[in-house]
Design a protein around this ligand. Structure first.
Ligand SMILES: Nc1ncnc2c1ncn2[C@@H]1O[C@H](COP(=O)(O)OP(=O)(O)OP(=O)(O)O)[C@@H](O)[C@H]1O
Ligand SMILES: [Mg+2]
Length: 415
């Protein structure tokens, strides 16, 4: 584990691919050095649907970030999401012997016994095993059991699994784009790393990341993650609703949503009208802005209601409230609408925090997952080594010599 170095995170989203390159040093905040955001193609809700398009977009995003950072990267932390992921809390137990000291081997064994209790069909693989708590002889809240004395060691693990083929396809696309995958991180876990405060994690908080294809959920209680899930309804569904009701193109619906939309129709003046071009390209119309907001409010309400019912089995943390992230939460009124659905819990929208360098470039919820991936890599000391600079070929040398000569000719002033 390196205590300083360079890290990279790539958020492979439904609407955009975002690469973040940063420098970390001990407990200092991550310094953002490069950001590469490009529209996504070939991916749908975390799943590769067109390999060539996906590779091209990943490569473009990485190149953009590398150019800005002036630093070529070799490896990165990659986000995964989609409703192929599942999570469970499981318990493992081992007998350490009569009044014996807990060893590294005991900790490995107890974790393995918890993992073994997760049903794992052949098509699924484990993405995360996150320790929530250790207990020794029934006393919970032990954070570092190694070296303590006891007879029975137990662990509570949060285990996340995903479809092996989906994860393999994402990995292969990154590798084909020239980036080695250091680790996969579930996106709500990465997003939480970038936007939550320690106090919120401690009090208990629900994070909701409204992306383009999926709405990701993470529940934190007493500083540890206890539930993760993904709902397959998000921002793109809102745009599609607008397109269908107003009979406009998908691009126009997206623009109308982002420019004139709101998650609460009351926020929009009743008599405001906006000009729309019909999908046939000929007709045009003036429609009430409030109608756009009403369409959005209906779908946002459905998204929050679905998240609430998804959490029926998990405790909804009261004290820390709800934190919204992802591009979808940028519509005015999302926090207020969510608060109504979640029985008046405090709700805030978020952006990545605790950064230096080009922090201003990533100060919106759209960048939270990418920044969180780079931060997770830094936490784990997983520095990426810079690639050697591209070798200069004889042709390059001739070209650069010719370029220099031409510049001199242009600058030559005989008088
Ligand atoms: N001002 C805005 N109002 C409403 N929605 C917005 C606004 N700005 C962006 N969005 C929506 O946010 C969504 C994109 O968010 P984000 O970049 O977090 O998604 P993603 O990471 O690409 O997708 P996913 O996480 O589902 O794979 C799009 O549906 C976009 O229309
Ligand atoms: Mg996303």
């Amino acid at each position: 584990m390196e205590t300083s170095g360079y890290v990279a995170g790539i958020d492979i989203g439904t609407t955009k691919i975002c690469t973040i390159i940063g420098r970390y040093a001990g407990a200092e905040p991550l310094e953002v050095l490069g950001v590469g955001l490009v529209p996504s193609s070939g991916l749908k809700s975390g799943i590769v649907v067109d390999r060539q398009d996906a590779i091209k977009c990943i490569r473009q995003s990485v190149e953009k970030a590398q150019q800005m950072a002036n630093l070529p990267i070799q490896a990165a932390y990659i986000g995964i999401s989609g409703d192929h992921t599942r999570s469970a809390n499981v318990v493992g137990r081992v007998h350490t012997g009569p009044d014996a000291e807990v060893t590294v081997g005991d900790v490995e064994q107890v974790k393995q016994s918890a993992i073994d209790s997760v049903p794992l069909p052949v098509d699924r693989e484990i993405v995360h095993t996150i320790v929530r708590d250790f207990s020794i002889d029934g006393t919970s809240g032990v954070s570092r059991p190694i070296g303590m004395t006891g007879n029975r060691l137990e662990v509570l693990l949060h285990v996340v699994t995903g479809m092996g083929t989906v994860i393999a396809n994402v990995r292969q696309c990154c590798e084909a784009a020239g980036v080695e995958v250091q680790a996969h991180v579930l996106e709500p876990i990465a997003t939480a790393r970038a936007v939550l405060t320690d106090a919120e994690r401690d009090l208990g908080v629900l994070i909701i990341d409204i992306g383009g294809g999926t709405t990701d959920i993470g529940v934190f209680v007493e500083n540890s993650i206890c539930h993760t899930a993904a709902v397959p309804v998000a921002g793109n569904h809102i745009s599609r609703d607008i397109a269908q009701v107003l009979r406009v193109s998908a691009d126009d619906a997206e623009a109308l949503k982002c420019r004139f939309g709101a998650a609460l129709s009351d926020l929009v003046p009743e008599d405001d009208l906006v000009h729309v071009t019909k999908a046939d390209g000929f007709g045009s119309d003036r429609v009430p802005r409030r109608l756009i907001a009403e369409i959005m409010q209906a779908r946002f309400t459905e998204i929050f209601e679905t998240v609430k019912s998804e959490l029926a089995r998990a405790p909804i943390p009261k004290a820390g409230g709800v934190v919204l992230s992802g591009g979808g939460c940028q519509a005015p009124g999302t926090a207020k609408l969510a608060s109504g659905v979640f029985d008046d819990l405090p709700v805030r929208t978020s952006e990545p925090r605790n950064l230096t360098g080009l922090a201003h470039l990533v100060a919106t919820p759209v960048y939270a997952t990418g920044v969180g991936l780079a931060m997770t890599a830094a936490d784990e000391g997983a520095g990426t080594t810079a690639k050697p600079p591209p070798a200069t070929t004889p042709t390059d040398t001739v070209c650069s010599w010719a370029r220099e000569l031409w510049q001199k000719v242009l600058q030559y002033k005989p008088w």
